[in-house]
Design a protein around this ligand. Structure first.
Ligand code: FE2
Length: 175
């Protein structure tokens, strides 16, 4: 099975996957069972110089932080509670309850927020780029050589107004 075929909730174009996607296959709790992630792991993640397994605690009402980008991709497991990937207004895009196994592909962007709080174990495969706002993040992505399609995708979900987005894209690419 192709790596991506094992996922549900795919947010993507034909050639690029953004946001979180979770494992579709459920394990059978009545026996010793396992799920293999597939053969094309390298298409989805790029192992970089900074691999940093991290245990993160998000408190209740953790709703203010900005968006970030994963140059090499990220694996995440929700130990307790629940978090969601939000839009720039704080609206819910995807929700991940306790027990979720979530993947963010190389170059993808998201904004993790939590209403009730969460404990998350995550592994970024080449550090994390944080942005204080969409423009700041997109500039950093361009600077480190993130694929154009990934920058385009990031701008699409972060800046929903197409006029503003066009303007921003021009400013970022012209400077
Ligand atoms: Fe992340």
């Amino acid at each position: 099975m192709n790596f991506l075929e094992g996922f549900s909730k795919i947010t993507r174009t034909d050639t690029f996957v953004n946001s979180g996607v979770g494992l579709e296959q459920k394990l059978d709790p009545s026996k010793l069972d396992f799920a293999v992630l597939g053969d094309s792991f390298q298409d989805f993640f790029r192992q970089g110089a900074r691999i940093s397994p991290t245990l993160l605690s998000m408190p209740k009402g953790c709703l203010q932080q900005g968006p970030h980008c994963h140059p090499g991709g990220e694996f995440s497991y929700v130990v307790e509670g629940e978090y969601f990937d939000g839009d720039m207004e704080g609206g819910v895009i995807n929700t991940y309850p306790a027990g979720s196994v979530v993947f963010y592909s190389q170059g993808s962007t998201h904004r993790p927020l939590s209403k009730e709080g969460a404990t998350i174990l995550y592994i970024p495969f080449d550090g994390i780029l944080f942005g204080k706002d969409p423009e700041d993040l997109a500039r950093k992505m361009v600077k480190v050589g993130t694929a154009e399609e990934a920058v385009e995708y990031a701008l699409q979900w972060m800046v929903t107004d197409s006029g503003k987005r066009q303007e921003l894209r021009k400013t970022i690419l012209d400077s």
